[in-house]
Design a protein around this ligand. Structure first.
Ligand code: HEM
Length: 201
C-alpha cells in the first residue's frame, strides 16, 4: 500500500505512539516492582540512552525505507519518531542531572569538560533541541522549507555523536555499539547513494 487514507494514518500514528511508549512503560513497571537491579540509576541511564539512540536510527530509516518501498505514508511517522528520540534523550539527560548528579552543577560542568563521552553526549543532546523545537508546521513555514531541511541535516552528526558516546563509555562488551555503528553506517551509505543518484539524474 503506497498511500493511506486519513483514518488509516490516524490509527497507524496511534499504534506507533503506543509502541514507542513501551520502553518507558517497561522501565516504570521494573521500577515499581523494584526490579531495576543493584544499580537502578545506572539501569535507567542505560535504558533511556539505548532508546534515544534507537529512535534516532529508526527516524533515519524512514526516508530510505520510503524510497525503497514507495510507501509514502512512512514520512508521516518521521516527526513523531524524531520527537520520541528527543523525549528519551530528555529522560536520559534528566536521569543524569537529577538522579545521578543531584543538580551538582560544578560536577556536571567538570564532567562535560573533562569526560569526552559526556562532552559528545551533551553536544548531541543540545543539537537535538532546535530540531525538536522546529518540528511543528508553523515553525517550518516560518523558517522556510530549505532552511528547515538544512537544519534537520543535524540529525546525522547527532546520531554519529550518539554512537561515539556509546563507544567511549562502553567497558567490555562492544556488541551493542558495534551493531549501532553498522546500522548507522548502512543508513549513511544508502543516503549518500540516493544523493549521488539524484545528482547525476
Ligand atoms: C543524543 C544524545 C545521547 C544519546 C544518543 C545517548 C546514548 C547513550 C547510550 C546508547 C548509552 C549506553 C546505553 C547502554 O549501555 O545500553 C548511554 C549511556 C550514558 N549516557 Fe548518554 N546519550 C546521549 C546524551 C547524554 C547526555 C547529554 C548525558 C549527560 C550529560 C549522557 C550521559 C550518559 C551516561 C552517564 C551514561 C552511562 C555511562 C556508564 O555506563 O558509565 N548521555 N548514552
Amino acid at each position: 500500500m503506497k498511500t493511506l487514507n486519513n483514518e488509516a494514518t490516524a490509527w497507524l500514528k496511534i499504534s506507533v505512539f503506543l509502541l514507542a511508549l513501551i520502553p518507558l512503560f517497561k522501565l516504570g513497571i521494573s521500577g515499581y516492582f523494584d526490579n531495576l537491579g543493584a544499580n537502578p540509576i545506572e539501569k535507567i541511564t542505560h535504558r533511556t540512552g539505548y532508546w534515544t539512540l534507537s529512535f534516532l536510527l529508526i527516524t533515519l530509516t524512514v526516508t530510505p525505507l520510503r524510497r525503497l518501498t514507495g510507501c509514502l505514508w512512512l514520512t508521516r511517522l518521521r516527526r513523531m519518531l524524531g520527537l520520541f528520540a528527543f523525549f528519551y534523550g530528555c529522560l536520559h539527560f534528566l536521569t543524569y542531572l537529577v538522579l545521578d548528579q543531584f543538580f551538582d552543577w560544578d560536577n556536571i560542568l567538570k564532567d562535560i569538560i573533562k569526560r569526552p563521552y559526556i562532552t559528545v553526549g551533551f553536544a548531541a543532546f543540545v543539537l537535538l533541541i532546535p530540531l525538536a523545537i522546529t518540528s511543528n508546521n508553523r515553525l517550518i513555514k516560518l523558517i522556510g522549507g530549505k532552511q528547515w531541511k538544512l537544519l534537520h541535516c543535524a540529525i546525522y552528526p547527532i546520531a554519529i555523536g550518539g554512537v561515539v558516546h556509546f563507544w567511549w563509555l562502553v567497558k567490555k562488551d562492544i556488541t551493542q555499539p558495534l551493531i549501532f555503528s553498522l546500522l548507522l553506517g548502512i543508513l549513511l551509505v544508502i543516503r549518500l547513494f540516493y544523493k549521488w543518484r539524484d545528482f547525476v539524474k
